[in-house]
Design a protein around this ligand. Structure first.
Ligand code: 5GP
Ligand code: MN
Length: 318
């Protein structure tokens, strides 16, 4: 890690009294885990912390201690703004609109735009919570067990339970250190990654009926009708994209989740060697080499044609 940068961030965090911490829209385990991990640690040291997620906390992460303190918008003017796990400012939503440049940006996405005054972006980290834990621990912050639980959850979810190709010894040692706070890793794993609602499984069934394959590319479409038929309340894919990795020989997996008649959310997942972050970025999105996403204007048919076309080019080139 960059020592000067870490020292500068530590100094800023110690000096502030009323920090605001934000993470990205459609929050995942690393977004919520980073927010709570940093937020609860700063709170423990006596600061007045505001934690903001524009879309609130998803059901699968609601069990985390402190989740009830997360607001959808800031209520008081902060004296330090920290973005965690956000690759660009747009991903933070609208809450920072009138606040100028954020003070601190801590992230692990290779597509990060370094949008803050001080930017700590470590691409080799498996999760933003892995960066945060090392930073807080090395600088002597008192990390409460509630924060440790959130930090471990971010590491579990971003690595899909330590199975992504970027998992390192450092990540596993970080997980082991976090377990030592008295955490039940099996229970955290089950709550954040395994448990789904009945409706989510019905929705998977709808999606899987559309499964298609072509030259190591597989894809699934989930339209508004499928969501309605399953009674699924979310606007996401209920994590179906991550299940598609179990298909042998599927080098690139794509899922299309219709948001409205004019907008489709697309998620890519790939085997190492197939870098999908560039394709996602070419559609205005971003992410990691093997997991990326974008929200694209157009009907389901239009978006599918464009995205499959660009993804085929990537596969043929690889
Ligand atoms: P997912 O497909 O599960 O939404 O996201 C996969 C990865 O891509 C995550 O790291 C997520 O942060 C990133 N990602 C998803 N959608 C977008 C987007 O619209 N813009 C950017 N910059 N990153 C995205
Ligand atoms: Mn992350």
């Amino acid at each position: 890690m960059n020592d000067n940068l870490l020292q500068e961030i530590d100094r800023m965090l110690r000096q502030c009294r009323r920090p605001l911490i934000v993470s990205h829209v459609r929050p995942d385990g690393d977004a919520v885990g980073s927010l709570l991990g940093l937020g609860l640690t700063l709170q423990e040291s006596g600061k007045e912390v505001q934690m903001v997620l524009e879309d609130g906390v998803p059901l699968s992460l609601n069990h985390l201690p402190g989740a009830d303190q997360i607001q959808r918008a800031p209520e008081e003017p902060p004296d330090c703004v920290v973005a965690v796990d956000c690759s660009d400012l747009i991903r933070t939503g609208t809450s920072l609109k009138s606040m100028g440049t954020p003070d601190i940006n801590i992230d692990h996405h290779p597509t990060n735009e370094n949008f803050a005054v001080v930017n700590l972006v470590i691409e080799s980290a498996c999760s933003t919570t892995e960066i945060l834990f090392r930073m807080l621990k090395d600088h002597g912050w008192e990390i409460p067990a509630t924060a440790a639980e959130a930090l471990l959850t971010g590491l579990i979810t971003d690595t899909l339970g330590f199975q992504t190709p970027n998992v390192t010894g450092h990540a596993l040692r970080t997980a082991a250190d976090l377990v030592e706070y008295g955490l039940n890793i099996s229970e955290l794993y089950r709550k954040a990654l395994v448990e789904k609602s009945f409706e989510a499984l019905k929705y998977w069934g709808q999606g899987l009926q559309t499964l298609q394959r072509e030259n190591g590319l597989v894809w699934v479409s989930m339209d508004l009708e499928a969501r309605k038929a399953a009674g699924y309340p979310g606007r996401d894919d209920a994590d179906l994209v991550n299940q598609l990795s179990s298909i042998r020989g599927a080098n690139v997996r794509v899922i299309f989740i219709q948001q409205s008649e004019e907008e489709v959310k697309v998620s890519w997942r790939s085997q190492p060697g197939f870098d999908v972050s560039g394709v996602a970025a070419s559609f205005g999105g971003g992410g990691h080499r093997t997991a990326a996403g974008a929200t694209i204007s157009g009907t389901m048919e239009e978006v599918q044609a464009r995205v499959l076309g660009a993804t085929r080019v990537l596969i043929n080139r690889t």
